[in-house]
Ligand binder design. Structure first.
Ligand SMILES: Cc1cc2nc3c(=O)[nH]c(=O)nc-3n(C[C@H](O)[C@H](O)[C@H](O)COP(=O)(O)OP(=O)(O)OC[C@H]3O[C@@H](n4cnc5c(N)ncnc54)[C@H](O)[C@@H]3O)c2cc1C
Length: 282
């Protein structure tokens, strides 16, 4: 197996163009598991750990551009105040060691329906920045996933960054697992309420072939929330929101849980996330 180790972004893009079969490796917390279990034997690895721009983030007005190689630990420590929903999700990922190595770019690259970064990125209407020697394109995260562990990423492309609006408040993430740490989500839910734009964003994880939004639930809530006086969420509104979120999922029965359990759990998570997020804004 060849080991390609570019030290600049241009070198990385040129290497991917010349070796489209090379598997990028960032934190390695997914790639190394696959290699160790012999599930994958690529002709080459493309190590991205020396490409400095991937580990940088910056602001552009109220937008944030976060390099694909920023690990969860730094999302929590450096961006927790600006991206509260993603930071909540990041805190639930693996263990301190995994959060130290694992990156949001790697989570997107793996495109698992259970990836914990995906629901908050969906809820916040983030965009994924993809690059190749042919140029750069931005894809709404909603259009990025095409199936379980599949995405629109072309063989010669790399994930450069994700772009998302700064939030500060109004975001929540909740995840069900068999215990509190080191678990793949049985299901998860993210909510983003933007009181300035009066928008509602949702993201469902681990309950459909890809991470999905609950668009009917979003439209319902935009109309029902008392944006002007920020009165309490009426119980009937929270219950209906939970029902619409559960209806947007397309879960399966598997070793982690049944479809029926996932739907029920999602309706509970959605109700709770709504109350927590709205109380935070009030
Ligand atoms: C013990 C353990 C616990 C875990 N717990 C969780 C958890 O709770 N929640 C969760 O969501 N995940 C969990 N994971 C999975 C993993 O940590 C995450 O998916 C993580 O985000 C992967 O990031 P990485 O940088 O390590 O990716 P890597 O393993 O380096 O790469 C993952 C995939 O993305 C591709 N890739 C990486 N960077 C790029 C790039 N810039 N451009 C294009 N493709 C790229 C790789 O080729 C590969 O296909 C866990 C893993 C382990 C081993």
């Amino acid at each position: 197996m060849d080991f390609l180790q570019p030290s600049t972004w241009d070198e990385a893009l040129a290497a991917k163009a010349a070796h489209p079969d090379a598997v990028p490796i960032a934190g390695g917390t997914d790639v190394m598991v696959e290699l160790n279990f012999d599930r994958r034997r690529p002709p080459a690895l493309l190590d991205l750990s020396r490409v400095a721009p991937l580990t940088e983030w910056g602001t552009d007005g109220d937008m944030l551009r976060v390099g694909a190689g920023v690990p969860y630990r730094r999302i929590i420590e450096e961006l927790g105040g600006r991206l509260p929903g993603l930071a909540m999700a990041a805190r639930t990922v693996g263990s301190p060691q995994i959060r130290n190595r694992g990156t949001v770019g790697g989570n997107l690259g793996s495109a698992s329906p259970a990836g914990d970064a995906h629901p908050p990125l969906l809820a916040a209407r983030a965009e994924v920045e993809l690059a190749s020697v042919r140029g750069v394109r931005r894809v709404p995260v909603e259009s990025f996933f095409t199936g379980p562990k599949r995405s629109v990423l072309a063989p010669d492309e790399l994930i450069a960054a994700f772009r998302v609006r700064t939030a500060r408040a109004g975001e929540q993430f909740a995840k069900i697992g068999t215990r509190n740490a080191m678990v793949i989500a049985v299901c998860s839910f993210a909510l983003a309420l933007d009181p300035v734009r009066r928008t509602v964003g949702t993201g469902i994880g681990s309950a459909a072939p890809t991470p999905v939004r609950a668009t009917a639930a979003e439209a319902f809530l935009v109309a029902e929330l008392d944006w002007d006086s920020r009165g309490a969420v009426p119980p009937g509104v929270a219950a209906e929101f939970g029902r619409l979120v559960a209806a947007a999922a397309a879960p399966i029965d598997d070793v982690r849980g049944t479809a029926a359990y996932r739907r029920h759990a999602l309706s509970v998570l959605a109700r709770r996330a709504l109350v927590w997020a709205w109380e935070g804004l009030r």
